[in-house]
Design a protein around this ligand. Sequence first.
Ligand code: UDP
Length: 318
Amino acid sequence: MRILITGGAGFIGSHLAEAHLQKGDEVYVIDDLSTGSLENIKDFQENKDYRSRLFFSHDSILNHEKMVELVGICDRVYHLAAAVGVLYVLQHPFESIRTNIQGTEKVLELCSKFKKRVLITSSSEVYGKHLHAPLVETDNIIYGPSSKFRWSYAASKLMDEFMALAYHRTNGLEVIIARLFNTVGPRQTGAYGMVIPRLVGQALKGEPLTVYGDGKQTRTFTYVKDVVDALMGLMASPKATAEVFNVGGTEEISIEALAKKIIAMTGSDSNIVYIPYEVAFEKDFEDMQRRVPDIQKIKDHIGFEPKTDLDGILKSVI
Ligand code: UDP
């Protein structure tokens, strides 16, 4: 089968590309390398079993001609190209909205035109600032005001979901929406936030671990290979069409406890420094205090269950 992965040189995209290459598929990657990197796919480009089946385009998903060519020849499309990381969104506000809205619209328009099944990756950010857990796909959504730029990412991803569902309703597009929660594993960069690679890097270098705010905010973490299994399972499941799924782990941990765990597991002499949000990000920054997915729906649909627990994830990153 021919598989197109937008953002396929990114962290999650490159693992998805690898899994499809392992299956024997032809993999087409389009990536503008804004946060992705050729390093992420270098090993496959050099692998003698993979290199004749991997096709890389260094291009933007906004390039209409290129996207017509790629969507036209591929059987299935995974759309992962997006602005990633809270810090990136704050630093590149206009570009982030443009990629997320216009880029996704381009992908949906062409998948609809060429009748290609497509999986759109959304984000747990879409839920906004809830305090309850776990978050269910049908939950209401609460955002801060438009003056707080963090929420632009959530709003743009939510608009992607609406557009995807509208294409299904009006044109019968076969689309699946996956709301990814915090995903971790090899090849993830800590450059734009991403707490685990950052804190592990700091612990290994003996530097202080930077915990933002009071560290009482919580997250769950999913190993990237579990996420890839989930995405491939959803793509292969006809009854997943036009549905929204949480994809995430269920072990809730505060960032402060995570930092302590990382110090213990690395045997580091590092200590923890608490950095106010306005120093780490900007004045009046609002964080999500709690973020835990309910994964019953994806379990019921494709039997998804994360296989790697937090200790296993941390071991692999360390
Ligand atoms: N965080 C932190 N120190 C860091 C990087 C992140 O305390 O060096 C916090 C961040 O404020 C958030 C959590 O860790 O509460 C997860 O951040 P990440 O950027 O990994 O993902 P997010 O959940 O914000 O999308």
